[in-house]
Design a protein. Structure first.
Length: 221
């Protein structure tokens, strides 16, 4: 049976609709939007329908007619951003990972005076800056998107390797694994797994319907 679910966080609202067929899914979604429109009119709440986005998460190329609110179509998009995560229509998370790699490189350039070869800061302080300011950029919400293809995760790993090598000022012939071992620094894959295990243990006690529907995490997979 198709169903809709309302996900709220501060002023960000998402309506999720799922079903075995596109027609059933869209009927459920449009019914929800119709009722939402009536509620907004009743309470005199105005929303900017031009800012609404719709994404049809599927590997199929044929799209159903777009959903409507206030009788205006919400055009389909290939991706959307919700709570800082870029969700593409095939859930590959490639656009999101490319974005965070770009963000890290930009932040790394801004911190070059503190992390570069001319910095007077100690190695411990430079690594503290990396862990507190740069690594969060490539690990935010990783339990959600770490199921992306290995080549995307490896791309992030390379970004960390380059960054740490510059911070430590190691010559090219020193292996990345040896640098991380000396620094007691986890690879990103292991760091993501550590965060994910902690995250999924924490949400076991959650009463949020959307969270309850997340499959159980198996670290052996």
């Amino acid at each position: 049976m198709p169903d809709t679910e309302l996900c709220l966080f501060a002023d960000d609202t998402a309506i999720l609709s799922s079903g075995k067929t596109a027609d059933a899914t869209m009927k459920s979604l449009n019914n929800h939007l119709t009722e939402l429109g009536k509620w907004l009119i009743k309470w005199k709440i105005k929303i900017n329908s031009d800012k609404c986005q719709a994404v049809y998460f599927s590997r199929k190329h044929n799209l159903p007619p777009p959903p409507k609110i206030y009788r205006r179509a919400i055009p389909w998009h290939d991706e959307t951003k919700y709570l800082g995560i870029t969700l593409d229509k095939k859930l590959t998370f490639k656009p999101h990972i490319e974005k965070i790699k770009s963000d890290l490189k930009r932040a790394r350039a801004q911190l070059k005076p503190l992390l570069g070869k001319n910095s007077k800061l100690s190695l411990d302080v430079r690594m503290l800056l990396y862990k507190s300011l740069l690594r969060p950029l490539i690990s935010y919400a990783c339990p959600v998107w770490m199921a992306a293809a290995n080549n995307h995760i490896k791309g992030l790993e390379r970004v960390q390797n380059v960054t740490v090598r510059r911070i430590t000022r190691m010559p090219w012939f020193i292996r990345n694994e040896d640098i991380r071992k000396d620094l007691d620094l986890l690879s990103l894959k292991d760091f993501y797994k550590k965060i994910a295990e902690k995250f999924y243990r924490k949400i076991d006690s959650s009463s949020n319907a959307a969270i309850i529907n997340i499959p159980s995490y198996d670290p052996r997979r």
